[in-house]
Every structure is written in structure tokens, then in C-alpha cells.
Design a protein around this ligand. Structure first.
Ligand SMILES: C[S@@+](CC[C@H](N)C(=O)[O-])C[C@H]1O[C@@H](n2cnc3c(N)ncnc32)[C@H](O)[C@@H]1O
Length: 250
């Protein structure tokens, strides 16, 4: 059984992580932030629209599933823009999953602030387990249009374990990465060279990556691992964020 997230509910209704003393998302601009940092910087949903018949599975991997906000917004875009014969495989790694009661409470905030997500919240809520009995679950959502793999373990070890099965087959590799741990200062286990190297092994030329963090350790680490990283302006109070692309096959 995993250790579940310890949530402190602020008066505003927002969930705050007791373990990491940090916010999962901002009720103010959280939706726009996800679209900007993760979808736009990975050139989604244009990549969803551009999928050819040759590639019918698009793979996104995320470090830090949290409340599922990034997943829900991505699912919304995927279902609105991609062709009906394609599948999104979304793999997210989470060491401290929210228990279902907390997830339902978070979804009530999402429904209130962003009613356009209610359909997607409903589907995920219906499939989200009451208890995580295994450290890997696969949810078949939206009539098979989206497969959600939740890996309930530490991100570095999960990615290391994934590497051997995917390293040989270019076609199975990840198309886009969302790095969404808490900030590196508060959550160093989510941002280390081992993890960045595993990410590279799971990527192919053209794989994109983005994160809200602009920390030097993240930019240099991903660069050293083989990504071409660029600082781009952030939204609101966030001055800069990072996006990148893997150019070569090694
Ligand atoms: C900023 S939150 C993620 C927000 C999430 N993407 C969302 O849409 O709500 C960071 C997440 O990383 C998880 N986390 C922290 N340390 C971890 C580790 N070592 N391995 C895997 N997940 C971890 C936390 O439990 C938390 O859910």
C-alpha cells in the first residue's frame, strides 16, 4: 500500500501538500498555466492534430500525477482534436497518490472553477481506485481513446525500471514529457541526473519536454542528458520556464 498524500485544505478550498509545503496548482491561473507550460511548450495539441496514420499511439509521460489536473486538460484537448482511430497513452508517476476522498474534493474545486473539465473529472473519478493495491494500474478511459498508466512509486526508480523495456524500440518511446514535481528546492528527489538520464533513454529524436521550473540544475541536467533546452517566458509571477527537444538518437 502506498503512502497517500497528506493534504492540508486552505480556507480558499485549495489543497496544499503537508509533506512538501507546496501547492499542487493555483486556483487562480492553474488551468491556463497547464495549457501554457505543458501543452503549448510541447507543441500540443498541434501534434495531436498532425498525427499520421503511421503513428496511432501518442505517448505522454509525467512525473507527479498529483490531482490529475494536467492529465484532465490534456485529455480534453486530445478528445477534441485527435482523430478517432488514435490512442493517447499517458503514463504518470506518483509516489504519494491522493486518496479517492481527497481527489473527489479537488474535483469539486475543478468543477466550480473550470466547468469545461467536468466531463473529464467524471470519467477519471469513476475509474480512480478506492485503494491502490498494486504499484501499477492501467485505466482504460473514454472507450479506449485514452490509456492512463499510473505508476505508484518513486520517479527515479520507476523510470529506471521502464527504461530497459522501451530503449530498443523507437516506436514505443515517449513523445512528450511533463516534469511536474514540486519545486527542486522542496522536492530534490524529482530532479536529479539519474532521472534525467532515464528520461533520455525513453525518448527519441523529436521528443519534447517542458517544466515550470527554470532552475539551473534542471536546465543543465537535461542538457547534459541530451535535450536541447531553452528558457521561455513564464506566465504571471513566473518569470521563466523551460522547454526542450531531443535532437539526436543517443
Ligand atoms: C506539483 S505536484 C503535481 C501536480 C500534478 N501534475 C497535477 O496536475 O495536479 C508534484 C507531485 O509530485 C509527487 N512526488 C513528490 N516526490 C515524488 C517522487 N520522489 N516520486 C514520484 N512522485 C513524487 C507529489 O506527491 C505531487 O503529487
Amino acid at each position: 500500500m502506498p503512502q497517500y498524500a497528506k493534504i492540508h485544505w486552505l480556507e480558499s478550498g485549495e489543497p496544499f501538500s503537508e509533506q512538501f509545503q507546496d501547492f499542487y496548482f493555483s486556483t487562480d491561473g492553474g488551468f491556463q498555466e497547464t495549457e501554457y507550460v505543458f501543452l503549448k511548450q510541447n507543441n500540443l495539441p498541434q501534434a495531436f492534430i498532425d498525427l499520421t496514420d503511421k503513428q496511432q499511439i501518442f505517448r505522454i509521460a509525467e512525473t507527479g500525477f498529483g490531482t490529475g489536473l494536467n492529465f484532465l486538460i490534456t485529455a480534453m484537448h486530445w478528445l477534441q482534436t485527435s482523430s478517432l482511430n488514435s490512442t493517447l497513452e499517458y503514463t504518470s508517476i506518483e509516489k504519494y497518490p491522493l486518496n479517492k476522498v481527497d481527489l473527489i474534493q479537488v474535483f469539486s474545486i475543478f468543477n466550480k472553477n473550470w466547468p469545461q473539465l467536468s466531463l473529464y473529472c467524471e470519467e477519471l473519478q469513476a475509474h480512480y481506485p478506492v485503494e491502490f493495491k498494486n504499484n501499477q494500474i492501467q485505466l482504460d478511459l473514454f472507450n479506449g481513446r485514452i490509456i492512463l498508466n499510473l505508476l505508484i512509486e518513486d520517479a527515479s526508480s520507476a523510470l529506471k525500471n521502464l527504461s530497459p523495456s522501451l530503449t530498443d524500440q523507437q516506436s514505443n518511446k515517449i513523445d512528450a514529457w511533463y516534469l511536474d514535481g514540486f519545486s527542486p528546492a522542496k522536492n530534490p528527489d524529482m530532479w536529479n541526473q539519474d532521472l534525467f538520464n532515464s528520461i533520455t533513454k525513453l525518448s527519441k529524436p523529436g521528443t519534447t519536454i517542458s517544466t515550470f521550473s527554470s532552475a539551473g540544475i534542471v536546465r543543465r541536467g537535461l542538457q547534459e542528458a541530451g535535450f536541447n533546452m531553452t528558457k521561455v517566458p513564464g506566465l504571471g509571477k513566473k518569470r521563466e520556464i523551460l522547454s526542450g527537444i531531443k535532437l539526436t538518437s543517443n
